[in-house]
Design a protein. Structure first.
Lengths: 300, 983
């Protein structure tokens, strides 16, 4: 929201800059209407995200009725290893200007120029040397190249699949390109093996991404009132019963007590016992039950 | 049998009485931790020895500390750390009982009670513009009257009452654009003298009681001036001209300005160097440094200059000290080899020395930078002098009677960087010589201990025994221990000195003043940048000593020439030093070591070259093997650009240098300058160990952590909201945070916090980042957590896949995979503002983590990572509770027991360093600022060792008693059996 307040541009000037931005593009381009999909030779595929993600940054106040559209395009340039950058394709998109001044890109389409023979040759060189294939985009789509070009690169050996496959994730902030994540759409296993593509044409996937909003901090009124102390405790251990806590001490104590009691009961019987016979025969009974301590001894 | 029962009961009693305490008790303070208090490099010092009470010296330092030190032992009586943006400019004593400090560019005046350091009053002085600040206290001859404090600051002159700090009057000089440099007081008039521009000299006369402007006068000097105006006596000043070839003498008798000039070459014949007037205040005299000499020049009553003496190799000259009526003395220092000569001379009688002493000072302390003197009356009624010296390494010495009475290692108040080193492995057997040498000590120790046991020890003996015990105790030994608690902390200080501190008791094991970081003609402002572990021998090079690398630069700019020093970590000897031909923008320790276990380092200069160190063919070979796997990034915070780089080829130079490489940019991220500005970047620690790759959720689901070494956290703030909190409204403030892969430049996660602003303090560990910022809408600080999980490995949940080996866990992971990550995040309110944030590190990474938060109160708070779990919910299920998920709260708890600094304060806290011990449960925490503090913490308690207070004797006793009980019962039952058989 505040971001958008920041660069409040009049739609008129916007169109002007847009047209200025064009000039350089038109020199490089064939006079093709953008927005018309399906190129002449290169098979390409593009999927662009619906503007829903684009709008999330502004979603707090949505002005759905007030958008004015214009079409813009910007070029993709590529380089093989350390060579200079040359044009490789064209992005076209709709620029939506919101009434509160914000501008967002939607409906991004991408058309790649077919590779020339020279380029194919240099690409093969890259594949052999396991070198970098580099691309760049302007950092501002309205006045390219903006402050500086956005560079991204990938090991060339990651790209060949059936044909050449590439995947763009363009991170936008209004009309500024922050970063482009470029690479193969799937995996690029290591060690990278030399594999020449069957077809010298790119299958391109493009995704436009805008910033998401951080989840808000939960606010609990009752905690704010006076729950601080309770929080301080963290997790309180569950109050256990006396038995649950001290059973390990109590059981042996009980056993000992039992033992002692039987012992004490036997003692007075021993002393007066001068009569053999019946009482003497009774005695082994409790003695057996007395406990494990006397067990092994008795068995011996 | 009854006996057996009794024994058993006794045992039971013993066992139940040994409960194990986990928290720290009062008497455990100091067992595992140490705390050292420092003050920093002394700027001003005032002695206070007149009264019969405790002799003390008052100091203010470059770390913005005001302190009172014991003159006998150098201990701190009291101390106040004013904070980094409250620099002390002036220090004086008023009314004989208040210490007056002027700070914050002359806008805050405070009075502290001299004996105990309590603040008496504080006055904030208003002004319209920034200017130099001067504190001048007029000593009233009548003791009963109030001392008038005159302060020039913020472009105006204030007169403040010494009793209560009330501003009596104020005269604004902002309109006159005068830079007042001196305040002179005559009986009832005050003169403010200074320059407008560099040649117009102005004097304003003011009424001392009302501040009314009485008259002003000015004169235009014949030439521009250089440097500071120096007051020679009440109304005389000297200053150098712009060419530094003439000395101008200005006299303002009764407000009338007159000046004279004299060529320096008239005073001294063969001088070639640039002259500088030293800022020592001497009556009728001033000191002029030219080449390596110091000239003392007398200003006569007719404003003539007369050369009094020429001192060779003089290092420092003190201010004059008034001994008695009309007698002034001052001290200067002369270097001669390792000896230092201290001279105290009478200002008027130049021929005799009041004092001449020669002292030997450890050359690792460098030159003497400042000297302050104080006199006392000897037993024979003559005057004695003591001198307080500030050394090049920022240490403080008190010299009296040719001896160093005490020293303070105050360089340790300004630690720049910290690393650690293991201690040597304990060697079997002790050499006989060592024993013999210590035989007397040994005997003495035993006698002391005997005294202790016989209870006939005096209190001093008890102290000695305690010290002996501490020294001989396990924790301060100079060898490696089994648990890895004993290490060397190697710290680099701002003075360019490297100290090795023992983690056991914090003593200085060795220290070295690096000559590469000393001030020289070619290197005016050397700064120590960083300290790295250069060689960490552990496997095949065990007999070599570890060494460290210190990186320094001449001056703060990146283009300044740089130097490297290599230091032996055991002995503190400098092994090698290099003055580099290239500059240093970045130092990258590579994860490769050569055969002697020297770590390979890449140094990036500002001309886009990378240089490999060590410069050996072997290192080149290792780098060539890994050439295509070296990636790094650079952050241009001012531009708002993050770039990724990789090595390309050898440099194309005229001179072939095979250790120099060119590199290329692989990726760049350009943040729009109108909406974002980089305020913080954080990466993972390279030495962090992650034990478990996966996290088992409550529903027995597995989430794989996205653990990568090449990951960067960037926090950007709105340009309007980069200032202090309160300068921006919530609408124009936002915080955008990024998690970036530094090999491919992919943005893995990007999120905006609306209405929030910095300062951001963050820490990255394993797969999560925790960061602290301010929420303007909620008017509170917040801490957020982001956890990153890898979805591409999420299919590896099936046990059968593991059994059949169909998982992809062992396949190498390339950064060129398109990562499928999911993130979980959550924010919590936090009460404190934060100075530093760190996380505990353990050797295997098994132990749960704690965040160490350096709070605004200069304490360190340990907060369990479980409180910063994004999966916390309001009502956790039973299963979640069992896993240890805490019910969701909006703010993080601050439990007072979890301050690891307990009752201590690490004044001026700047950083926290954690070092894993060998024992998995424990890590060492070192917090540094003006003070130093080290302790051990065990986030999950010491589950892998017995506590220190575990009683082995009791264990032994228990075993013995059990064995005895078995025998007794056996004998008893045997006897009983026999009796039964006889029946």
């Amino acid at each position: 929201m505040g971001v958008l307040l920041f660069r409040w541009v009049l739609p008129v000037t916007l169109l002007l800059t847009c047209a200025l931005g064009f000039q350089s593009d038109e020199l490089l381009l064939d006079d093709e209407e953008f927005g018309i999909e399906g190129g002449r030779s290169s098979s390409f595929h593009s999927d662009s995200l619906p503007p829903s993600t684009a709008a999330t940054s502004t979603s707090r106040k949505r002005f759905s009725e007030s958008a004015s559209d214009s079409k813009i395009q910007f070029t993709l340039q590529h380089a093989f290893g350390d060579s200079d950058f040359s044009d490789a394709g064209n992005f076209s998109a709709r620029l939506k200007t919101w009434s509160h001044g914000g501008q967002t890109l939607t409906k991004l389409r991408f058309k790649r120029d077919p590779l020339t023979d020279v380029e194919k040759k240099s690409f093969q060189e890259l594949l052999r040397g396991d070198d970098f294939y580099r691309i760049r985009l302007p950092s501002n789509v309205l006045s390219p190249p903006g402050r500086e070009y956005i560079i991204s690169s990938v090991k060339a050996r990651c790209l060949p699949g059936d044909g050449l496959e590439e995947h763009f994730v363009i991170h936008m902030e209004g009309v500024n390109v922050l970063a482009v994540n470029y690479g193969a759409p799937g995996s690029c296993s290591y060690p990278r093996l030399l594999k020449l593509p069957a077809k010298w044409s790119f299958r391109s996937h493009t995704v436009l991404k805008n910033s998401e909003q951080a989840p808000r901090t939960p606010i609990f009124a009752e905690d704010a009132l006076g729950g601080e102390e309770g929080d301080g405790e963290g997790i309180k251990p569950i109050e256990r019963s006396f038995w649950a806590k001290y059973w390990m001490y109590l059981i042996p104590l009980g056993l000992i007590l039992m033992n002692a009691v039987t012992q004490a009961m036997n003692m007075p019987e021993d002393q007066p016992g001068g009569q053999p016979g019946a009482p003497a025969q009774q005695q082994p009974g409790p003695a057996v039950q007395r406990g494990p301590s006397s067990g092994p001894v008795r068995r011996r | 049998m009854a006996m057996a029962i009794r024994v058993f009961l006794l045992l039971l009693f013993f066992l139940s009485s040994t409960n194990i305490g986990f928290s720290l008790f009062e008497d455990q303070v100091g067992l595992m931790d140490w705390h050292q208090q420092y003050i920093g490099k002394v700027k001003h010092a005032l002695f206070h020895t007149q009264k019969t009470g405790r002799k003390r010296v008052l100091v203010s330092t470059e770390e913005s500390v005001v302190a009172s030190l014991d003159l006998r032992h150098g201990e701190i009586f009291w101390r106040h750390v004013l904070g980094t943006n409250d620099v002390v400019d002036g220090l004086d004593i008023a009314l004989g009982k208040y210490v007056i400090t002027l700070s914050s560019d002359g806008s805050i005046l405070r009075a502290w009670n001299l004996p105990d350091g309590q603040m008496v009053w504080e006055t904030s002085l208003q002004g319209s513009k920034t200017s130099k600040s001067i504190l001048y206290i007029s000593k009233n001859p009548k003791a009963d009257k109030d001392d008038l404090i005159l302060v020039f600051g913020k472009g105006s002159l204030h007169a403040v009452s010494g009793i209560d700090g009330e501003v009596l009057w104020r005269k604004d000089f902002a309109g006159e654009s005068i830079e007042v440099s001196h305040i002179i007081q005559s009986t009832d008039k005050i003169y403010a003298a200074g320059f407008v521009g560099s040649s117009k000299f102005y004097v304003y006369g003011l009424n001392a009681d009302t501040g009314k402007l009485l008259k002003d006068d000015h004169t235009i000097l014949p030439c521009d001036t250089f440097g500071e105006l120096l007051s020679v006596s009440g109304d005389k000043f000297v200053v150098l001209d712009k060419m530094r070839s003439k000395i101008l003498t200005i006299n303002i008798k009764n407000g009338e300005i007159s000046y004279k000039q004299k060529l320096i070459s008239d005073l001294i014949k063969d001088s070639s160097g640039q002259a500088v007037i030293l800022p020592s205040r001497l009556p009728e005299l001033f000191a002029l440094r030219i080449d390596s000499h110091v000239l003392t020049i007398k200003v006569t009553n007719e404003d003539d200059l007369v050369l009094v003496d020429k001192i060779n190799n003089a290092a420092a000259v003190s201010d004059a000290l008034s001994i008695s009526e009309g007698q002034h003395s001052f001290a200067f220092i002369q270097h001669e080899g390792s000896n230092i000569h201290l001279f105290v001379k009478d200002v008027n009688d130049w021929n005799g020395d009041l004092l001449k002493e020669s002292i030997i000072i450890d050359h690792q302390r460098g030159n003497i930078e400042k000297i302050f003197i104080n006199n006392y009356v000897r037993t024979d009624r003559s005057y004695g002098f003591r001198a307080l010296m500030v050394m090049e390494d920022h240490s403080l010495l008190l010299v009296q009677q040719g001896e160093i009475v005490w020293t303070r290692e105050d360089g340790l108040a300004s630690v720049v960087d910290v690393t650690t080193s293991e201690l040597p492995v304990e060697k079997e057997g002790v050499s006989v010589a060592k024993v013999e040498q210590n035989l007397f000590e040994w005997l003495k120790g035993h006698v002391l201990k005997l005294k202790g046991t016989l209870m006939i020890a005096s209190p001093e003996d008890v102290v000695a025994i305690q010290a002996l015990r501490l020294r001989s105790s396990e924790k301060s030994k100079m060898t490696r221990d089994h648990n890895g608690f004993r290490k060397l902390l190697i710290v680099l200080t701002r003075a360019g000195k490297v100290f090795a501190l023992h983690t056991g008791d914090g003593r200085v094991v060795w220290s070295i003043l690096l000559h590469t970081l000393r001030k020289t003609e070619v290197c005016e402002h050397p700064v120590g940048l960083n300290i790295y572990q250069w060689q960490v021998p552990h496997h095949h090079a065990l007999d070599e000593n570890p060494s460290i690398l210190v990186v320094g630069r001449c001056g703060p700019s990146l283009a300044a020439p740089a130097a490297l020093s290599f230091i032996d970590a055991y002995t503190g000897k400098e092994l090698n030093s290099l003055r580099l031909a290239h500059t240093i923008a970045q130092v990258i320790p590579l994860p490769y070591t050569d055969s002697t276990e020297q770590r390979l380092h890449l140094i990036i200069d500002i001309d886009r070259h990378a240089y490999l160190y060590p410069r050996t063919p072997e290192a080149i070979g290792i780098l060539q093997r890994e050439f295509s796997n070296v990636y790094w990034y650079s952050v241009e915070a001012d531009n708002g650009i993050v770039r990724g780089h990789a090595l390309k080829s050898n440099c194309i130079h005229k001179i072939v240098d095979e250790y120099c490489f060119d590199f290329r940019d692989l990726w760049s991220i350009v943040f729009p300058s109108e909406s974002e500005k980089i305020i913080a970047t954080v990466t993972r620690k390279s030495n962090e160990v992650v034990h478990t790759q996966a996290k088992v959720m409550t529903d027995y689901d597995v989430m794989y952590k996205y653990v990568s070494n090449n990951i960067l956290f960037v926090a950007n703030a709105a340009p309007k909201a980069t200032g202090e909190i309160g300068t921006a409204t919530p609408e124009e403030a936002w915080l955008v945070i990024y998690i970036i892969d530094t090999v491919t430049g992919r943005i893995l996660h990007r999120m905006t916090h609306h209405g929030c602003q910095g300062p951001v303090h963050a820490v990255f560990s394993e797969n999560w980042v925790v960061y602290h910022y301010f929420n303007l809408r909620a008017h509170r600080y917040e801490i957020s957590v982001i956890e990153v999980y890898d979805q591409s490995r999420a299919d590896n949940k099936d046990v059968w896949k593991f059994v059949l080996g169909k998982h992809n866990l062992t396949s190498p992971i390339s950064s060129y995979y398109r990562p499928e990550v999911t993130t979980k995040s959550q924010s919590y309110f936090f009460t404190h503002s934060v100075k530093a944030i760190e996380v505990t590190l353990t050797s295997k990474g098994i132990t749960s983590k704690q965040l160490l938060i350096g709070t605004i109160g200069d304490q360190v708070l340990a907060l369990d990572k479980r409180f910063l779990d994004p999966r916390r919910t309001l009502n956790p299920s039973q299963a979640e509770k069992e896993e240890g998920i805490i019910p969701l709260t909006d703010s993080l708890p601050i439990i007072s027991q979890s301050y690891i600094t307990h009752s201590l304060k690490v004044e001026g806290l700047r950083g926290i360093v954690t070092v894993p011990a060998k024992l998995e449960s424990t890590s060492l925490v070192f917090a540094y600022g003006v003070d130093l503090f080290l302790t051990q913490i065990a986030p999950s308690r010491t589950y892998d060792s017995l506590t220190e207070d575990f009683s082995y004797a009791l264990l032994l006793l228990t075993i013995v008693a059990l064995v005895a009980a078995i025998f007794v019962t056996w004998v008893l039952s045997e006897r009983k059996d026999l009796q039964e058989k006889w029946k």
